[in-house]
Design a protein around this ligand. Sequence first.
Ligand code: C2E
Ligand code: MG
Ligand code: MG
Ligand code: MG
Length: 290
Amino acid sequence: NLLRSDQDMTMPLAKPSEEDELSDEEIVLALHEGIKNDEIEVYYQPKFDLATNKLAGFEGLARWKYKGNTIPPSIFIPLAEQFDLIDDITFSVVKQCLPQIARWSNTESLLKIAINFSARSLSQLDFPDILSRQVEENGLLPQQVIIELTESALADDQASSLEILTRLRMKGFGLSIDDFGTGYSSVQQLQNIPFTELKIDRSFVGNFLSSPQSQAIVNSTVEMAHKLGIKVVAEGIEDADTKNALTELGVDVGQGFYYAKPLSPAAMEKWFKTNSHFLSNSDVKQSDLK
Ligand code: C2E
Ligand code: MG
Ligand code: MG
Ligand code: MG
């Protein structure tokens, strides 16, 4: 139901009248066509090293416009998973992200791209090889690609998941637990799976300053992650005070509207030009952005 879709301010939905409201079936049919017509776009949200305020990389986020409405991923990703379209979306996102990050990188600075994957990918044993080949074809290193998985994606623990994640890690890819704290058995997964990064869910970040509970959870999460040699990212940072408090607590990387919303490639390049103070000399060469 589109009317109770998403709180996400990045994508205001034109409020459809009753008769305009799209059924799941209509969305799935349109999505099928949309994928064939290359309508899935990737927007990029920059991530920052909190201690230095420098660009640390990007997260690629899928976007889809249908009949002038932006349908949020919280609607079309679950439908794509349910109706067997998710692999096509993942393929389209990867196909756009890899060359884009290669264009924004240069020899002194290897930028990173975080890509969201569904649990589905973890049942294909050849997934690590396929991804490695694509990364190599684009002149990137596996170390530049971070695979984000949600805890619920990991919950179906098939034997193959651990095998595939271990192979990915051995090839050099980064592995990130997305929306950390919202799923279940997360702590056990940290023990079993060779994660390199943990993303604290924005529900703990948004109310961080006003909630002693969130502060305690984030604090102990950071402590635990660091003891395990895992980097901590906070998503959904919307103001300077939250950013400063999280920096103080030792959170490594931040992402959120405070810095920038997810942007189209063209808007991202404009952003680079007006926010060059976020880029260290070795991050992105302005000459590469023309
Ligand atoms: P996610 O991976 O946790 O992505 C972060 C979400 O938080 C994004 O929502 C982003 O726009 C939003 N966000 C970032 N900073 C802020 C902030 O400061 N405040 C607020 N209120 N929101 C912020 P988005 O783009 O709507 O994506 C929603 C979810 O859809 C993603 O959550 C991810 O789970 C899924 N998704 C998006 N693209 C893909 C994709 O290509 N493949 C798969 N499998 N899932 C995707
Ligand atoms: Mg993510
Ligand atoms: Mg997340
Ligand atoms: Mg999230």
